[in-house]
Design a protein. Sequence first.
Lengths: 933, 491
Amino acid sequence: MKIHRHLWIIITCLSITLGILIFFGLFQEEKISYNQEIRPIFNAKCITCHGGVKKSGGFSLLFREEALDTTESGQPAIIPGHANESELMRRVRHHDPEMRMPLEAEPLSEKEIDLLRTWINQGALWEDHWAYIPPHENIPVPPTDQPGWAQNDIDPFVYARLQEKGLQPAPEAEKDVLLRRVSLDLTGLPPTWEERQQFLQDPAPDAYEKVVDRLLASPRFGEHWAAMWLDLARYADTKGYEKDLGRSIWQYRDWVIHAFNKDMPFDQFTMEQLAGDLLPHPTADQYIATAFHRNTIANDEGGTDDEEFRIAAVLDRVSTTWEVWQGTTMACVQCHSHPYDPIRHEEFYQAFAFFNNTQDRDIYNEQPKLFTYAEENEEQVATLINWIEDRLKTPPSNSSETLLHDHRNKLLYQLGYRKVEAEEFDKSSRFIELTPPDQESVWQIQDSSWILFRKVDLTDIEAISYRYASPYSGRIQVRLDSASGPVISQTRISHTGKPESEEAWSQWNTKKVSITPTAGVHDVYFTFGIDRHYTSDLFRLDWIFYHEKHPGWTSRGNHFQEQVMKLEQVPAIETPIMRERPPAEKRKTQVFTRGNWLTPGEEVVPSVPASTGSLPAASTPYNRLDLARWLVSPENPLTARVIVNRFWEKIFGFGLVETVEDFGTQGTPPSHPQLLDWLAVQFRDTHQWSVKKLLKQIVMSATYRQASHTTPEKLAQDPRNEWLSRGPRIRLSAEQIRDQALAVSGLLSSKMYGPSVRPPQPESVGDWGTSPGEDQYRRALYTFWHRTNPYPSFITFDSPGRNVCVSRRIRTNTPLQALVLLNDTVYFEAAQVLAEKMQAFDSESVTQRLREGYRMVMLREPSEEKLKSLEKLYQAAIQHYQQPTKPNSIAKPVSTRIKTTQVEVKDHTSPEFLALTLVANALLNVDEFITKN
Amino acid sequence: MDILQQAQQELARFHTRRHFLKKCTAGLGSIALGSLLGCHSSPAQDALLSLTQPDNPLQLKAPHFSPKAKRVIFLHMAGAPSQLELFDYKPELQKLDGQRCPPSFLEGKRFAFLKGVPNMLGPQATFRQHGDSGATISNYFTHFPEMVDEVTFLKAMHTDEFNHAPAQLLMHAGSPRLGRPSMGAWVVYGLGSENQDLPGFVVLVSTSDPSAGKSVWGSGFLPTVYQGVQCRSKGEPVLYLSNPGQVDPAMRKKSIDIINEINQKEYEEVGDPEILSRISQYELAFRMQASVPDVMNINDEPAWIHEMYGTEPGKNSFANNCLLARRLVEKGVRFVQLFDRRWDTHGVGANNGVDQALQEACTQIDKPITALLKDLKQRGLLEETLVIWGGEFGRTPMMETRASANFKGRDHHSEAFTMWMAGGGIKKGFTFGETDELGYYGIKDRVHVHDLQATILHQLGLNHEALTYTFQGREFRLTDVHGKVVKDILA
């Protein structure tokens, strides 16, 4: 083990090729490691032709049994123990370039050929890829000869690497720099000036730890880390594609915030999201957690094939699950065996089978959904239910329904109050759409369309009512058990407002129609047809009401009736969730030949890729819960490593494995393999999956606390800070930049949770119904995420489109970012508010005011030089604005939305105010503001 | 790339950056606009700058081989125009007008809206041959026939998708699913930008956004610097471009000077080379504030140009966008993408058929596209500018009677449609591909959307199989695992 580690370190070393030669000279007799010596050669030189996709000459190097198998020539290419008889050796040394491997490429070096020979002679043994071997449980912390530096056990691992590289750690960052860094890292927000003063003046040895604990306990913590998770969950407030209609799924976002805030152990966090619905007696929250996989894009465009897009969603769930928890790229295995990693084509569909049995199927209404109530409404519903049940002789049993909305439904049904929302159909024909934007009514866009409700008990139903709106006319027929089944009711619908007028769409009528008495439970089809008018839309249907002969709700007097109707009308919040189909309707999963769903192949059952382990034996078929449990079991080699690495990447800007999304053979090897494994085991075992404990451990380390200053020498040795010879210096995320500007100016709202909000957008993007008041100043993660038209300033700062899972945001540095910070009303308004505060600062001295401005924005003291620059700008601006106004064609009017602050500024057009605004605007644009130092 | 290589590259990058800074900004105290501007003010110098500034993702990059085209103008008719009324004349279809569709056309096929056995719908336009090439063009176009001898028609285009959003995504991003980079993003990623003062990939939209929204010009998993920048001929030409409040250009310049002065001090303090990059981005932002409104302002065009295009300054129109496209390529913008959404002629109402409504839509683009080709030609730009016209799929020879037989509509059709290309090394006055006598299937020289993409990249000097980007462990490319360059249409 020790030798292997040294081997690894030496190979990755930047400068000592010579060292490697000497090493091999000395250790000629040592066992050759497949992972460290041979796999890199195969991966770089051979596997594109002899791997999962192409098996040129019938020879593949992906699995040992394939590599030793007979090739097209009739002979195996590798004969363990006999390098000289192995075709592989002959071909890599062949004198004929047509025969020599790799074909049309540089030949292997003598050293590589020697390695291959020795390895084959030693038996051509395979090794699992490092990431598929579970981390050791007892990795010793390396000894260190600099006892003064380390703050915790992370540091000796880092220090050992620094020593090997001939690097020294940087001194600890200045206190105010460190405070801003740790505040931004843990909560996404800068500290306040008071918090800074407090920390600077706290002489206690644990002053920093107290700060860390305070930040971990802040509700802002969950909001910050939710943003990271929502990228992985591809969370958005619309469904995507052409219609891109809204999706009410914000309760999932709130669930994530809450889970981080209460430090839900990561194993539970995993199980609830992947299989909350399969836990025993799931709570509403556990159902909401499963919305993780209901964030997939859906296509409501007219004439689409729902099954096609249902499958697309399931494919995405497989890829996302494996990317998020396993750092494994499954997308390519959809079409063929993995070209580089040992995952077979059919194993993708075994994984697919876990997710292929949920009830959702890309229909408009997004069923299955969970209905819950806002806190105040929940109380009302509970009270009403109690009141009603108190008056019934045989109330429905409370115990069987854990969810309030189900309880309410049961009660209403029992009372014969049978109102059904038209949009909640089980199935529909192609020409049915839901009316945008609220999607709360069914819209017949063509003749002969229908909606289906399954298993409706029609016994004792005497009539049906419809609520509808239409500028035209048409008819509704009720048919049994098929769209062309017997008609049990028929009615003509005529226009509700002025014929063929736009306003008729919003004038609703109700009509009651009798039905042929029908006993028993049926599939009920409502079919819609044209009347006289030819048109592309007939009418809209809001709800349907089944009238029983003797409904219970009407027999107890008016007050009782009112209470029942009140109960029915309390608005519920809907969230799409995962639910399994009943065993009788279980979907069969077949391999899709070359990834095409229209060409299904052999049938498969749920399982995990063999190279990463196996599920414990079970008597029943595996389901999502088994998968989730396996992901967080100690046997799983990847999850703890992958997750620890994700958090590390957010803090340091780069993961210990830089390719956070790919721990496979094509990903980058870990910079600190021992540290990664040790931290993974700490997270899983010592911290019992506590994210807060993990983050505390990271930010308490001396490694984290280093100053981020660098020197040309250090840059030359460690240009990207891979060896952690200094603190992280990283541009902030789109969310952090916005939140910070609002925070330092005092505009930021601390309101948490709830439906997403629409802060102002540039006018030319169009009106999107800007939210009023405080909602304009909410934290960025509450911004309505419109998939096909995302909030432009976020995209400019490298937010992903949230259409698919994205593990890493690639940081760019562009002129459009400069334009956002210079000109976006959000930032300019923040500058105006800062200017008000500077102007109101109790000092006549301009320098003092500018100093105060710098302090408010950067949370530290300005250097005299920077202060001088600000003064230059201020003076130039004062002179400029004192001149008579010049015509100015491109300026927009001053924002009129300045929030009333505690500060009194009388004149928003005075040269002083304008100059201070310009200074504040500049402060919000300098590099140190948008960077974590 | 292994770590060793990567490290060496990083090191080299760092040194060149320092070198660049030393050379170009002699007195850093006055790093202000002037000094950096002084380093590059012509395209040639821009290119030079890119060489010394290899961290600039928009730097000019060498193509894979010698290109025929330097720039692209892609005119996308969102909604999918009917090939059967515009270019693909089918007299046989006329004879079958009103008759039941032969079942062989329906078996195993998926349509968006057609149901049962529909009737055939004969061409609603009349056709005539034009130019030396004798191309058949319908009477919906009166100007465009003048330019047919510059054009190659692809009459047997086909696609995999029959819904708008997925088909548009396939056309522009190579995959029907969301999340992939668009063609313009790939091209700028591959070649960089010739003009460092303007975005390399510009999008102009008349009417409303296409069905698939802004994703058809997104950067997908490529860095966001490659996404299309939507420019507008009405209102703010680029989002966030105008100064707010009483900030005027003089004050903006002064404040950027100061921002960069402070950034420079920060750099001296902390030594992070990323700050230098930020300094140059602020310089560029300021230059864009002048260069973008300048290029977007068509007021200075002579009257005869306005007459030729049918442009009206200050309006959001397809005509204006065509003129802007010319101005943008003139300034070295690499990829200009126009979207015009008015072509989804299902016949679900009087204003929605392949008769009057489609003719009206053609009138809106006839003059502008003709003028664009002429104008590019007279300026010598057509040689190296590839112009592409088309929708995301075609329309059925069957009639869609969703509303009434009175309205002549056609459903979405993935099997055959017409596109045309001009300039940029494409044959002149040529027709490639042929459909059957009803215009249903391509029967000769079919061109798939991926082939079209491969061909566009090829003309730009890019091998579509080699222009890749690693994401989710896979090397992605615009053409997925498909695409063949259509060699037959290359001049």
